[in-house]
Design a binder for this molecule. Structure first.
Ligand code: ARG
Ligand code: ZN
Ligand code: CA
Length: 237
């Protein structure tokens, strides 16, 4: 048993205007949300229907802010080409989660690299208005859940619909088969593929206030990457 796995975090804020140069308080609000969500200490988990309440998992992963780096840059829109990572390379990616906060554009909230990819691009990118829950944030993605979702990918989670139709797997047994992403704030029960979708899972595409859980199966999948020889064993000594 690994116990609580702590993840040191370096935040790199790259801004083209003063609003995008988000405050330390906004950065800290996101760290606090990651800690709440990955430890199942989020108050809104009480909204879970009884069908799923027993599956809510404390992932036993925590996050500590090491450093916030700030850079002014004339680039207004970074896209998803990882240009921001080549201009501001990650700090110690084998044992540090790097999060770049910059304007991605194109309606994209954030994106992540799965475990096992190149070290030079490892980490998560999030647009400032979807980072944390105070300051320069934009409803309905103002609850800090974009980082929860993207860090889920960074820790090897797939979307709960497996990025395909009913039989396409997310490699997690306790997340029911789903036919595609759910959006907005779905009513319960939302039934697809002859089972109730776990629309309130962080790895669906719903509004921040309508996602509030990882499952036990997702916890197991995330934690397996920290085992010796696993793709993120650098976080465990
Ligand atoms: N990569 C997804 C996107 O940009 C992130 C979705 C996060 N969802 C959320 N409710 N914050 O669309
Ligand atoms: Zn995603
Ligand atoms: Ca599943």
């Amino acid at each position: 048993n690994l116990g609580i796995v702590n993840i040191p975090v370096v935040i790199t804020v790259v801004y083209s205007n003063s609003q995008q140069n988000i405050s330390d308080a906004q950065v800290q609000s996101q760290i606090d949300i990651l800690n709440a969500d990955f430890r199942a200490a989020n108050a809104d988990k009480s909204k879970a229907p009884s069908e799923f309440a027993d599956l809510i998992a404390d992932s036993e992963v925590s996050f500590t802010l090491l450093q916030t780096r700030r850079y002014s840059n004339s680039t207004a829109t970074w896209g998803t080409s990882d240009a921001v990572k080549s201009q501001y390379p990650p700090v110690s990616p084998s044992n540090t989660l790097n999060i770049w906060v910059c304007n991605i554009g194109g309606g994209i909230l954030g994106y992540a690299q799965f475990p096992g990819g190149p070290a030079s691009t490892d980490g998560v990118v999030i647009s400032p208005q979807y980072f944390g829950d105070s300051g320069y944030v934009s409803a309905p993605y103002d609850g800090g859940r974009t980082a929860t979702h993207e860090v889920g990918h960074y820790l090897n989670l797939r979307h709960i619909w497996g990025d395909g139709r009913c039989r396409q797997d997310d490699f997690v047994a306790d997340t029911p088969d789903s036919d595609g992403p759910n959006y907005g704030c779905p009513s319960y029960p939302t039934v697809n593929c002859k089972s109730t979708d776990m629309t309130m899972n962080y790895m669906d595409y719903v509004y921040d206030e309508c996602m509030y859980m990882f499952s036990e199966g997702q916890k197991t999948r995330m934690r397996s990457i920290f085992a010796s020889g696993g793709p993120r064993d650098g976080f465990v000594n």
